[in-house]
Design a protein. Structure first.
Length: 346
């Protein structure tokens, strides 16, 4: 086994990381640097202190990123770090290096009293993670709309015309800039449900919309206090006719009619060949609305090789002292994941 050294990320590592991560980020050095600064340096909940690098001699051969997400649990707010940007050199893929990197991160979190680590990433490493102390929350179904040919945007999203919802009668419009305060105000007005849920405040909405390697498509319903919003996401390094899907990462509405109007309008305008949306925490009537608008449900089958492509969450306790409010995070039915998608942070 090779000898690896594990270190934190420093300013002098930035350019090397930008090049090393290009197989994942695909933005080129300058855009990758901007993405790294956005995801870690400007994250409103956590800096880059837990980003961990693996070196063999002086060569960078592995990295795991950790960024912050804020969650509300039992009326309290907690920063729960999320694993991301896991890359190892091709010659070490399938080796213990990924496990060693994540063990190093867990040890650092434990030393700082952080009790949980989350991972919304692709689950190809799922079996190995389960053997190393991770617990699955999922997988779960998603709604899928497939088009015969990709929809290619002909003009900027914010220049699309306002329209009126057929069911709600409300004006639906793509704002010129993210209306963070209005969206956060709507989230605060709506029932929160039970279980851990992501905190979606104005700071979070502004931060997410600033992702330099993503395109976000915001749609709001109503004037004054808005009655609903929808946020679509697409990779910023892929063309509209490329292979990556477009994802509706968040949609909140004061009524089922507003929800259906928002989704129908989004499906009319969102670019790409395929549009996805998580349905894990949607009421049955809203899932039915998605079906009526042409979506099919891609549901878990119980076969790992099939279900590994569905959305999921893995959680790992670090061994740090556990606040009572966080003691049940390894129960799949305890989460409220409406308003979050793994792609929401990419």
């Amino acid at each position: 086994m090779s000898e690896f050294s594990f270190t934190a990320c420093t300013a002098r590592d930035r350019a090397e990381i930008a090049d090393f991560q290009d197989s994942l980020w695909r933005g080129g050095r300058d855009a990758n640097l901007a993405y790294m600064d956005w995801k870690y340096a400007t994250n409103p909940h956590l800096d880059d202190r837990y980003v961990t690098l693996a070196r063999e001699g002086g060569e960078l051969v592995g990295m795991v990123g950790v960024f912050g997400a804020c969650w509300e649990v039992a009326g309290q707010r907690f920063m729960l770090p999320c694993l991301t940007d896991t890359v190892v050199a091709p010659r070490y893929q399938g080796s213990p290096l990924f496990r060693m990197l994540t063990d190093e991160v867990v040890a650092r979190l434990r030393a700082d009293g952080v009790p949980w680590l989350l991972d919304f990433g692709d689950q190809g490493a799922g079996p190995a993670m389960l053997m190393n102390g991770w617990r699955p929350i999922g997988p779960w179904a998603q709604a899928v709309v497939k088009r015969e040919k990709p929809l290619v945007a002909e003009w900027p999203w914010h220049e699309l015309p306002a329209t009126r919802g057929a069911r709600s009668g409300l004006t639906l419009r793509p704002p010129a800039a993210v209306e963070a305060e209005a969206m956060a105000g709507l989230v605060a007005r709506l029932p929160g449900g039970e279980g851990p849920r992501p905190v979606r405040d104005a700071a979070y909405f502004r931060w997410r919309a600033a992702n330099p390697l993503a395109r976000y498509f915001h749609l709001v319903a109503g004037d004054g206090p808005i009655e609903g919003y929808l946020i679509g996401h697409r990779s910023g390094v892929d063309t509209d006719d490329g292979e990556t899907p477009t994802t509706i990462v968040d949609c909140e509405a004061t009524s089922d009619e507003v929800f259906a109007d928002l989704v129908e309008t989004a499906l009319t305008w969102l670019p790409g060949a395929e549009v996805l949306m998580w349905v894990r925490d949607l009421p049955a009537v809203r899932v039915a609305a998605l079906r009526a608008l042409g979506a099919e449900l891609d549901e878990p089958t119980g076969l790992f090789t099939r279900d590994m492509y569905l959305p999921s969450l893995m959680v790992r306790a670090t061994g740090a002292e556990m606040p009572p409010a966080l003691s049940d995070l390894d129960r799949p039915d305890g989460w409220n994941l409406s308003g979050v998608s793994g792609r929401a942070w990419r």
